[in-house]
Write a protein that binds this ligand. Structure first.
Ligand code: NA7
Length: 548
C-alpha cells in the first residue's frame, strides 16, 4: 500500500497497527497476521521496508554483528539457505534480505509506506487506540505494536551559519538514495562512533581530502571483514533451531559465548595472548565480552584492555601527536567499536584529524567550517552524530494513555517499562525492544519478544481483554535494571547507552543488563505464573469478528 492510498486510511478499523517496518515490525506484522489471524496493518514513514537499514545507506554501512545472528529464525528455510556473502553483511545485503522476507510472506501489501504516525490516543470507552497520521488521517486499532527502532531517531546538532555554507551537509542516517560522488571533494566527518568509523574507513583514500572532526576518541578494534564462515553455514544448515537456541542462550546474542574468566585471574602473558587472538579475529563485542568476564565491571580489568589497545594505537599510528589524540582517556565501556584498519587511516597524507574538543567547531562559512579559529575549506560535511537512542522514536509519537496521561510525562525522568514490552497505563501497547530490554544484538531477540507478546495477545483475545501492566511490577523491573547498570562501567562512561549523548536528556539506565539467557528465564517464569505483572481486563470494544 502506498501514500496514494492514504485517503483510504481515514476511518480504518484494525485489530492491530504495527508501527515500523524494520526488523522487529516486519516480524510482528507476520506474527499478528499469520499466527493470530488478526487484521493487522503496518505503517512506516519510509517508502520501503528495512527500518534503520532503509535510512542508513551511508558509505561503509554494514552490520558489525556477525550476519549469522543478524537474521530471523522463524522461516527455517530462509534461515538455513539465505546466502549471506560476508561475515558482516553490508547495508544493501541486509536491505535485500529484509525485502525478500517481506516478499516471501506477502507483508508489503499490508504496509502503509510513506505514512508517519504522529499521535496515539487510548480511547477508554472503546477499549482501543486512535492513531493519527502526520497528514491527519485517523485509524482505530485494538492493539498497537511499536517497533520504532532503538537507534532510528537521528541526532544532528546545528552549528551557527549553516545556511551560509555553499557545500553540502549530509546526515549519515538520512543518506540520499542516489549515492553522491565524493571522489574529488574535500570532506569532513563529524563524529567517531560506530557510524563515523565506518564512514571514515570507507572514504579514506577515495575523496580528495578527508577531515575527521573528533570530539571524543574511542577504543576501536578490528572487525575482521571477510566471507561468511563456511563452518557456521554448515552448522546452521544442519541444525537451525539448535543454532538459534544456542545463540539466544548467551548473554549478548552476538554469536559467541561470553567469557567467564576475570582478566586478572590469568598471567600477563596469557592475557596478552587472549587479547591478541581476539584482535586478530576481529569483532568489537567479542573483544569486549568474549575475552574476559569483567572488562565492563572493574576499572582494573578494563585497564588491561585499554592498555592493550593503546599499545596497538602507538604501534600503528606513526605520528605520536596523532596517536595521543586518538587515545581515549575514559573506560572501554561504550558500545564497542570495530573497523578494519581504522587507526592506519591516520597515517595517510590525505586524512587530517582535528581534535574538536580542544579546538571547537565554531561555525560554518561559505567555504567550510571555522575550527579553533581557523577556516577549514570543505565541499561536504557529513554528520555522523548519532541518535536519540532507545526513547527518541517512542516520544516522537504524541502518546496519551489512560486518564489522559502522556507518555512524555511518564518518562520525564527516563523511561519506565515492564520488561521492555509494555508501559503501565498504556493498555494494549506492545513494544519490540523497548527501553529495559536486554542489552543484546537484536533480530533474534526481537523475534523472541514478538513471540512472547503474541502469546500474551492470544490469551487476551480469548477473553476479549485489554492488556495493561501493574505499576509495581513495572517499577520492580526498572529497579532491577538500574541495579544491573549500576554494577557496570557503562553507567559512568558517557554514551548513548545511558542517554549522555543528547543534550538535556535524562541520564539513566535503559537496559536489562542480566543478559538474554537470564531474561528468557525471568520472562518464562512471569508467563508460567499467569503473566505475573501483566493485567488482562475485560474490554468494551467487541473484536472485529464479533462485529460482523
Ligand atoms: P554515536 O555512537 O552516538 O556517535 C556519535 C558521534 O558524534 C560521537 O563521536 C560524538 O562525539 C559525535 N558528536 C555528537 N555531537 C557532536 C558535536 N556537536 N560536535 C562534535 N561531535 C559530535 O552514534 P553512531 O551513529 O556512531 O552510533 C550509534 C549506534 O548506531 C551504534 O552504536 C550502532 O549500534 C548503530 P562524543 O563522543 O559525544 O563526544
Amino acid at each position: 500500500m502506498s501514500t496514494e492510498h492514504s485517503a483510504a486510511l481515514d476511518g480504518l478499523q484494525l485489530d492491530v497497527a504495527v508501527i515500523g517496518a524494520g526488523v522487529g515490525g516486519l516480524y510482528a506484522l507476520y506474527a499478528m497476521k499469520n499466527k493470530l489471524g488478526l487484521n493487522a496493518q503496518g505503517f512506516d514513514e519510509a517508502d520501503d521496508v528495512g527500518g534503520t537499514w532503509y535510512w542508513n545507506r551511508y558509505p561503509g554501512c554494514r552490520v558489525d554483528t556477525e550476519s549469522t545472528v543478524y537474521t530471523y529464525s522463524f522461516d527455517l528455510d530462509m534461515f538455513q539457505n539465505w546466502q549471506w556473502s560476508e561475515r558482516y553483511a553490508q547495508q544493501e545485503e541486509v536491505q535485500a534480505y529484509l525485502s525478500a522476507v517481506a516478499d516471501k510472506h506477502d507483508l508489503k501489501s499490508s504496509i502503509n509506506f510513506g505514512t508517519r504516525i504522529a499521535k496515539a490516543d487510548w480511547l477508554e470507552e472503546e477499549g482501543q487506540w486512535q492513531l493519527t497520521t502526520k497528514t491527519g488521517e485517523k485509524i482505530k486499532a485494538r492493539y498497537v505494536i511499536e517497533s520504532v527502532g532503538l537507534l532510528s531517531s537521528s541526532y544532528a546538532p546545528s552549528f551557527p551559519d549553516q545556511e551560509k555554507f555553499k557545500g553540502e551537509v549530509l546526515v549519515s542516517s538520512k543518506w540520499p538514495k542516489e549515492d553522491p560522488d565524493l571522489s574529488d571533494k574535500r570532506v569532513a566527518v563529524i563524529g567517531t562512533g560506530s557510524t563515523g568509523i565506518q564512514v571514515i574507513t570507507s572514504l579514506a583514500g577515495k575523496v580528495k581530502h578527508l577531515h575527521v572532526l573528533q570530539r571524543t576518541p574511542q577504543w576501536v578494534v578490528p572487525l575482521g571483514i571477510g566471507p561468511f564462515p563456511q563452518d557456521t553455514r554448515e552448522r546452521i544448515k544442519k541444525d537451525p533451531k539448535g543454532y538459534r537456541d544456542w545463540a539466544l542462550d548467551t548473554a549478548s546474542v552476538f554469536g559467541f559465548q561470553e567469557s567467564t574468566t576475570p582478566a586478572l585471574s590469568v598471567s600477563e602473558e596469557e592475557r596478552q595472548a587472549i587479547f591478541e587472538a581476539a584482535w586478530q579475529k576481529g569483532n568489537g563485542f567479542e573483544f569486549l565480552l568474549g575475552t574476559f568476564s569483567d572488562l565492563v565491571v572493574t576499572p582494573e580489568a578494563n585497564k588491561t584492555a585499554t592498555d592493550f589497545i593503546k599499545s596497538k594505537i602507538d604501534a600503528i599510528v606513526k605520528d605520536p601527536d596523532t596517536a595521543r589524540k586518538l587515545t581515549p582517556t575514559d573506560y572501554y565501556a561504550k558500545r564497542p567499536l570495530a573497523a578494519d584498519n581504522y587507526y592506519a587511516v591516520y597515517n595517510r597524507d590525505d586524512v587530517s584529524l582535528h581534535d574538536v574538543k580542544t579546538n571547537q567547531i565554531e561555525r560554518f562559512t561559505e567555504n567550510g567550517l571555522i575550527i579553533g579559529g581557523e577556516e577549514v575549506e570543505l565541499d561536504v560535511v557529513i554528520m555522523a552524530t548519532g541518535f536519540d537512542a532507545m526513547t527518541g522514536n517512542y516520544l516522537k509519537i504524541d502518546t496519551t494513555g489512560r486518564d489522559g496521561v502522556k507518555l512524555k510525562d511518564e518518562w520525564s525522568d527516563g523511561p519506565h517499562t515492564y520488561a521492555g514490552l509494555a508501559v503501565s497505563g498504556f493498555p494494549n501497547l506492545l513494544m519490540v525492544f523497548g527501553p529495559f530490554s536486554p542489552f543484546t544484538s537484536q533480530p533474534l531477540v526481537h523475534e523472541w519478544q514478538v513471540d512472547y507478546f503474541t502469546d500474551l495477545i492470544e490469551k487476551a483475545e480469548e477473553v476479549n481483554g485489554v492488556i495493561d501492566v501493574e505499576k509495581s511490577a513495572q517499577e520492580d523491573w526498572v529497579g532491577i535494571c538500574q541495579e544491573g547498570m549500576a554494577g557496570t562501567l557503562f553507567e559512568v562512561t558517557d554514551s548513548w547507552i545511558n542517554g549522555a549523548n543528547i543534550p538535556g536528556k535524562p541520564r539513566t539506565s535503559m537496559w536489562y543488563m542480566g543478559g538474554m539467557s537470564n531474561y528468557m528465564v525471568e520472562m518464562n517464569k512471569i508467563r508460567d505464573e499467569g503473566y505475573r505483572g501483566f493485567e488482562i481486563s475485560k474490554s468494551r470494544v467487541p473484536c472485529l469478528e464479533d462485529q460482523e
